[in-house]
Design a protein around this ligand. Structure first.
Ligand SMILES: CC(C)(COP(=O)(O)OP(=O)(O)OC[C@H]1O[C@@H](n2cnc3c(N)ncnc32)[C@H](O)[C@@H]1OP(=O)(O)O)[C@@H](O)C(=O)NCCC(=O)NCCS
Length: 170
């Protein structure tokens, strides 16, 4: 449980479909939620996490999938994407908790690298988590400038997975 100072937030495994309304609202408002199905979303080892408030509302999301970086065949690399926290809850550690849980998941599966294409205004957030920029800034149509970022994953970081709430058995 994450104490944000306002309320306790739990980091939970959620279905891919549950991420789409926040992907649409916070990341790609020019697209429809049903268009926001990303490659790898439904891969068996892909992970979708939600930060849930006591009211049941999802206040943050992230997805990780086993995907090599561009022009690489590194099968220990995972991609982090669709990271977002709702505006009133930003700056309270929710994004960091989602990212750490994702890194924990990757570490527990033998992953050794995690990467993302970061929006430039969010690059500092990723730097705080140990990601480093690689290469030039590039433009993504209708969204803005991005940079490639990556971070090594250490086996012991699997401990960051421990606080995640897994769905109850039906
Ligand atoms: C980027 C984003 C996910 C961060 O979520 P958040 O819940 O506010 O992040 P946290 O509160 O966990 O921040 C962790 C650290 O990063 C810093 N940080 C967060 N966002 C930052 C930003 N935009 N610029 C600089 N630093 C930032 C925080 O100050 C904090 O630092 P601290 O450890 O020194 O206190 C959120 O701002 C967001 O949803 N932005 C819009 C969508 C987006 O751009 N997503 C990323 C797509 S690549």
């Amino acid at each position: 449980m994450l104490d944000t100072g306002l309320m306790d937030i739990s980091i939970e495994i959620i279905p891919a479909a549950a991420t789409r309304p926040l992907r649409q609202r916070l990341l790609r408002p020019h697209q429809r939620a049903e268009e926001l199905v990303y490659v790898g979303d439904d891969d068996p080892d892909s992970l979708h996490l939600g930060a849930r408030a006591p009211t049941g509302e999802l206040v943050g999301i992230v997805t990780v999938s086993r995907t090599p970086p561009p022009n690489s065949d590194n099968d220990t690399a995972w991609r982090m994407r669709a990271m977002a926290t709702i505006e009133p809850m930003r700056g309270r550690g929710i994004g960091r908790a989602l990212a750490r849980a994702s890194i924990g998941y990757v570490a527990a599966r033998g992953g050794r690298l995690i990467w993302c294409t970061a929006r430039i205004p969010a690059a500092k957030f990723y730097e705080q988590l140990g990601f480093e920029r690689r290469g030039d800034v590039f433009e993504v149509k209708r969204i803005g400038p991005h940079c490639f970022m990556e971070r090594r994953v250490q086996p012991e970081e699997s401990a960051w997975w421990d606080d995640v709430v897994e769905p109850a058995d039906p």
